[in-house]
Write a protein that binds this ligand. Sequence first.
Ligand code: GLU
Length: 467
Amino acid sequence: MTSTTMTSTTMTSTTATGTIPALPPVVERIYEDVLRRNAGEREFHQAVHEVLESLAVVLNRHREYTDLKTVERICEPERQIIFRVPWQDDRGEVHINRGFRVEFNSALGPYKGGLRFHPSVNLGIVKFLGFEQVFKNALTGMPIGGGKGGSDFDPKGRSDTEIMRFCQSFMTELYRHLGEYTDVPAGDIGVGAREIGYLFGQYKRITNRYESGVITGKGLGWGGALVRTEATGYGAAFFAAAMMAAAGESFDGRRAVVSGSGNVAVYGIEKIHQLGGTVVACSDSSGYVVDEKGIDLEVLKHVKEVQRARIDVYAERVPSASFVPGGSIWDVPCDVAVPSATQNEIDRDAAATLVRNGCRYVVEGANMPSTPEAVGLFREAGTRFAPGKAANAGGVATSALEMQQNASRDRWTFEHTEDRLEEIMRDIHTRCFETADEYGSPGDLVLGANVAGFLEVAEAVHALGLV
Ligand code: GLU
C-alpha cells in the first residue's frame, strides 16, 4: 500500500520499494485516484507515479490538460481483457493459467506491445507495462498505440509440445481481440520467435487469414523483419552512444555490465562490443558471470539460445570467466550499466554501489528495472540515466518497421533496417534531451521522455474527441 505523510521538512510517499518524494499538488489528486481504483497493483502505481512527477510542470503550463482530464484519460486503459487458459501437459495433467491483454491507448494507432509469459505476471504488472508502452511507442514517432499482455504461465522446463499447446490455447481466446488495425502483439520475457510462430499459426487457423501484420517478431521466412531480433539490445546501445556523444564521450575503452542474458542482453552486448566497449558481466536468475576479457558472444548465444541452459554453463566453457551464484551483478565495477533483466532489479543499495564504483551511465534495456529510490540516487549523484521507455524503444520501433514491410509486402535489407533503427534511437534521444531543456530540467531524460511522450499522445487524444 502507498501512504503519504508530512515530515518536518518534506512530503514523502511510502511505496512497496521504499520512500520517495510526494507528488506536487497539481497531480496528487490524480495519483490518489489511481491508487484507489487499482488497489494492490504496485508496479502500476510506481509507473504512474514516475510519469506524474514529470507531468506537473506540463500541467502548470497548460491548463487545458487539467480541464479536459487528459492525464486521467491516459491513466485509464481503454479495455482490459482477462481470460482462462486451460491446457494439458505431456503427462496428461490439466493446468489452468490466466491470460491478460490490456489495451491501454489507441490514439496514435492500433494497440501495440508484447506478451510476457512468466509466473510473476498479474494484472498490475501487465498494466505497468502497458502504461509505459503508450509513452514509449509515442516516442518512436511511429503510428502505434500502446498495449501489453501475457500470462502467469511458466515456460521454464516445458517441452516444445507443451509450449505449443499453451500458445494455441492462449490464442484461441485472444484472437477475437486482435487484428492488424486493432491490436498487434509481439514478444517480451518468455515469448520469442518460437512462441510467436505457434501464436500466429493458431490465429491463422481460426481466422483463415494470412494476416502478417497481426503480430510482430515473426520468423524471417514467414513475414518477419531483419533486425527485429536484435532491435531492443541494439537500440539500447545506440541510445547509450547518443547519450555519450552528447557529453563528448564514446564507448571506446569503456567497461559495461549488462544484466540478464535474454534477447535484450545478448544483442545489447553485441552492439556495445561493435561500438568499442567491453561488457564484462551478464546474468540470469541463478547468478552472474564475470569475464574480464569481455563476454564471448558465440558461447553465450549457444548456451542461452541453443542449449537453453543456465548461465554457469558459460563459465564452465570459458576459462577467463567465473560464475557467482546469487549475489548482485551491480557489485561488478563498470562505467556503463545496462539493466536488461526485469523490473526493479536495481534497488537503492545496488544504485549506491554502482555510484560508489564510478558508474557514469545507466541505460535501461528492460522495462522499469530501477526503483524510484535508485533513480533518485542516480539523479543526486549526477549519473546520467536513460529510462526504459526511451532507451529500449528500439524493439517496438522495429516492430513498427516490420508492420510497414508487411503492409507493403516488401522486405528490407539488414543494413537499411539497422540504419532506420539507429536514426530512430538518435531522434528519441534528441527529443528527450531537448524536451528536458525546454521544461527546465536540462539532462533529465526521465522528464524529457515522459513529457515528450505525453505531449504526443495528448495531442492525438484531444483531436479524436471524447471517445
Ligand atoms: N516487449 C517489447 C517492449 O517492451 C516489444 C513490444 C513490441 O515489439 O510490440 O517494448
